[in-house]
Design a binder for this molecule. Structure first.
Ligand SMILES: [Zn+2]
Length: 277
């Protein structure tokens, strides 16, 4: 094949690829997936990832994220045809940044399947915090007095990566909010819990001691909702923006920013938030 005909084929392939989303919009589940491409600004995302967890991550080269113990994770597995489920189940490091977390934005209905932070390379989080199924987190958790001013009780979170310090800072700022905020925050519905995400084989971020659920009584979760006639899940939220802003300031992302929303859920993900600094 000559260079020019290769270029023509490539241009045609790109045109077909670009046409896919529009053509497949009405038959989304039947259409080939298009997830898996390296996201825009990949180097900046990787820089943030390294900066967020310097105790564990050494850096990255052209192909891999490299941990201090020598473990390597592929940045790009070469696939650009993943379905949404494959994106969640079989991500590479680049895929973790497929959706840009909208820190500081007004809370609103996210686009379909827009789940910034839910694409996680499980091996990386096991390296950062340990594998609860092997008992690795024993002795690696700290007690944090959760919003004592609002009547909260102590909770346990990971010591690694400074999660405990970050949650203490969140708690202190939340305690300074008026008493009317207390009902959203206490009692906490849980932090550490060694379990998979409901309905999946993927471990929950609660398994690493890096997530906290605030009061379920004022929370909304997509699995508690029936989809509408269009098959889509209507977004709901009652959590005040002041609460979200304090968590995000200290490195926690909010499940209320996901299409598959979970408004009680906050998890420590400074790799997705440092961009705001
Ligand atoms: Zn949660």
């Amino acid at each position: 094949m000559s260079i020019s005909s290769a270029a023509t084929s490539r241009a045609l392939a790109i045109a077909v690829a670009l046409a896919w989303p529009a053509a497949s919009a009405l038959a989304k589940d039947a259409a080939p997936g298009t997830y898996g491409r390296n996201p825009a600004g990949l180097a900046a995302h990787l820089d943030r990832l390294v900066a967020a967890y310097p105790d564990t991550i050494q850096g990255y080269d052209d192909t891999h994220l490299v941990l201090r113990d020598g473990t390597r994770f592929a940045i790009d597995d070469g696939r650009e045809d993943k379905s949404f489920d494959e994106l969640l189940d079989l991500p590479d490091i680049g895929d973790m940044f497929a959706f840009v977390y909208p820190a500081d934005a007004d809370a609103a209905q996210p686009p379909v399947d827009f789940d910034p932070g839910r694409v996680r390379v499980e091996g990386l989080f096991k390296a950062l915090y340990g594998d609860c199924e092997k008992g690795d987190l024993t002795g690696r958790m700290s007690r944090v007095d959760w919003v004592p001013g609002h009547g909260g009780k102590p909770v346990w979170v990971a010591t690694a990566q400074g999660v405990d310090r970050a949650l203490k800072a969140v708690s202190a700022e939340l305690d300074a909010l008026p008493a009317s905020f207390g009902k959203f925050l206490a009692p906490s519905s849980g932090t550490y819990n060694c379990r998979p995400i409901a309905g999946t084989n993927r471990m929950s971020m609660h398994s690493y001691g890096v997530a906290i659920d605030i009061n379920t009584d004022f929370s909304d979760y997509w699995r508690w909702t029936k989809p509408g006639a269009d098959g889509l899940y209507p977004w709901k939220n009652r959590i005040p923006p002041e609460v979200v802003a304090i968590f995000e300031k200290h490195g926690f992302i909010w499940g209320g920013r996901w299409y598959h929303y979970d408004t009680m859920h906050f998890e420590y993900r400074p790799d997705l938030l440092a961009a705001a600094d």
